[in-house]
Design a protein around this ligand. Structure first.
Ligand code: HEM
Length: 222
């Protein structure tokens, strides 16, 4: 399968995974929230805004990686770039507020680290674009989007982690189903983050290798 097809597969899988998670929040009714709402006046509106801007980042990010638009429609690329960066800035800062409402310390730390990495990678990508360092910009935006996609991979990994928990406990649930789900939801962000990090760094290294091989073939010194 070529990388264009892989990309569209990723788009479809991401929309498929995220739609059922996002939908209950589009009713704007705290009773439909999957997250326990302690404060309907602060936590709930912050959560809704976080989700709306995160969705904008996810969608605008997808379009940014379409080569045809990037090369032939630079104005659209710049507009979507601003939308992507602005959405992450707002959604990432709101996620920092949500950390205070996290169910437990383990989840709070994973969301805290994820928000900070999300903001940092996006900031580095923006700085490189402003400084016209386009290779550096591409690399950091790849990393930034890898972090955005942790929202998808962490959720996709849940069934795999549930199965792993079951196997590691000798095909039994000694502390019950609730405990199993709790333990899995405490680690899925970390596993998603590490997995996405490895995939993105591997892709970056690979594209550097291809560029250097092409340059060698064409007799260009890099
Ligand atoms: C990558 C950086 C992200 C961080 C740090 C982050 C952080 C958070 C936090 C702290 C919560 C509250 C969860 C809780 O208290 O248990 C949350 C919930 C949520 N976030 Fe994000 N988020 C990120 C990306 C995204 C993206 C890209 C999307 C979707 C496009 C998204 C969609 C949601 C949804 C739907 C919820 C509600 C929880 C649920 O029902 O599963 N988030 N996020």
């Amino acid at each position: 399968m070529n990388s264009k097809k892989n990309w569209w597969l990723l788009v479809i899988v991401s929309i498929g995974v995220m739609t059922p998670f996002v939908a209950p929040y589009l009713t704007f009714n705290p009773d439909n929230s999957r997250v326990v709402i302690i404060s309907p006046t602060i936590q709930y509106p912050v959560l809704i805004a976080h989700i709306v801007f995160a969705c904008l980042a996810l969608i605008s990010g997808f379009i940014q990686f379409i080569k045809r638009i990037r090369l032939q429609k630079p104005k659209i690329h710049r507009f979507l770039g601003r939308l992507y960066v602005g959405s992450i800035l707002i959604s990432g800062l709101l996620a920092l507020v949500l950390v205070f409402y996290a169910e437990n310390f383990t989840k709070a730390i994973s969301f805290l680290v994820l928000s900070l990495i999300w903001l940092y990678t996006c900031w580095k990508g923006l700085r490189a674009a402003v400084g016209k360092e386009m290779n550096e910009h591409r690399r950091w935006m790849f990393r930034s989007y890898g972090v955005t996609l942790v929202a998808v991979s962490a959720r996709l990994l849940v069934p795999v982690l549930l199965l792993t928990y079951y196997i590691l406990n000798g095909f039994s649930l000694p502390a019950g189903r609730e405990k199993m789900i709790e333990e899995v939801l405490n680690v899925n962000i970390w596993v998603g983050l590490i997995l996405n990090f490895i995939i993105i760094e591997w892709r970056i290294l690979n594209s550097c290798k291809i560029k250097s091989n092409n340059a060698q073939r064409d007799g260009i010194q890099i």
